[in-house]
Design a binder for this molecule. Sequence first.
Ligand code: 6GU
Length: 227
Amino acid sequence: MKIDAVTIFPEYFAPTQLSLLGKAQDKGLIDLQIHDLRSFTSDNHNTVDDTPYGGGAGMVMLPEIWGEALDPLLISDADLIILTPAGRRFSQAMAADFSKREHLVFACGRYEGIDDRVRQFYSQPQFANSGVRVHEVSIGDYVLGGGEVAALVMIEAITRLIPGVLGNPESLAEESHNSDGYLEYPNFTKPQEWRGFGVPEILLSGNHGEIAKWRELQAQKRAKKNI
Ligand code: 6GU
């Protein structure tokens, strides 16, 4: 998978060199490129934003600069992901869909966001016909200072679903038993007793059928409690 991220803060993406994602790049499974939006400016101040038409607080990111940055990345089959708190809520199902794509391009907005004509421009039929799809995505109901952290969250959730990225692929197989795609039952490891707390007997029984039933029940209880 090819991943591009465009940002005014490339340093935010330092953690992508760590852990599974770092290894996936070493293995050649993922080609991740971070692009500094300011490198596409041509004025002395490297301006990336201006005041909003219609007035109001905050600044809006300039469409020309975004166009310069995105044009070379969106020449064929690609998913453009515009990060905005007003976007569609990211989910495990979305992560699974994106994990099957060839090329993801993350546009990290700062300030009050990116001039909406950037979304409009790349949503035109000539882009759709060449395989460019545009998505506005949010990672939850709260406001971040910018899209960088949201892009990191998405990149981590998506790339771990790519075959070969996880050290132990059985963890994925187990997750997928659950419709949401994640484990919900409580887990225990050594020691068998810790600060007076034991491990549920059933987990020591070796009876895998009963263990599966117990875990299912615990998952349901937990799901109810955490709604
Ligand atoms: Cl994608 N961006 C910003 N700025 N805030 C958010 C978000 C994105 N998702 C949740 N909050």
